[in-house]
Design a protein around this ligand. Structure first.
Ligand code: DAT
Ligand code: MG
Length: 151
């Protein structure tokens, strides 16, 4: 099967609320492979490039203010089927609509403070990882648990 990559980011509210470990843990326990991780204060330019598809939306300026309001935790993860699976683990964009058991469903209450980002396609996963990480910040490694996760 095809191994895909996704860009997951704990947004500034997730960092401020002390939810970094909890959020990383959801992906780690699922069995996906972490290939990049850093705490990072992003520029307005980077935030605008990341969310370029939403430029023109009424909430765009507020979204950029929010994402640049404090440090975020940037993560690159990989696995078979990871993009869609990570979106399910994260839950709906509006945390009030997100199912219990999902990150947003369990830990957030408003779209404008929905604590975590996940790429919406394998192509955007690659694009966003390249945008947020240098090649030297990414690790290729073989988790010891691999044979216990997939036959
Ligand atoms: P998602 O983060 O679930 O992929 P998205 O890509 O449509 O959602 O939007 C990116 C972020 O923009 C989202 O996490 C929060 C913000 N946002 C989206 N729709 C919004 C709205 N109607 N009002 C305010 N913020 C919104
Ligand atoms: Mg999105």
């Amino acid at each position: 099967e095809q191994v895909d990559q996704t860009y997951i980011m704990v947004k500034p509210d997730g960092v401020q609320r002390g939810l970094v470990g909890e959020i990383i843990s959801r992906f780690e326990k699922k069995g996906f492979k972490l290939t990049g991780l850093k705490l990072f204060q992003c520029s307005k330019e980077l935030a605008e490039e990341h969310y370029k598809d939403l430029k023109g939306k009424s909430f765009f300026p507020k979204l950029i203010d929010y994402i640049t309001s404090g440090p975020v935790v940037c993560m690159a993860w990989e696995g078979v089927g990871i993009v869609a699976s990570a979106r399910k683990l994260i839950g709906a964009t509006d945390p009030l609509q997100a199912e219990p058991g999902t990150i947003r469903g369990d830990l957030a209450v408003q779209t404008g403070r929905n604590i975590v980002h996940g790429s919406d396609s394998p192509e955007n996963g690659k694009r966003e990882i390249a945008l947020w990480f240098n090649e030297a910040e990414l690790c290729q490694w073989n988790p010891a648990q691999a044979p216990w996760l997939r036959e």
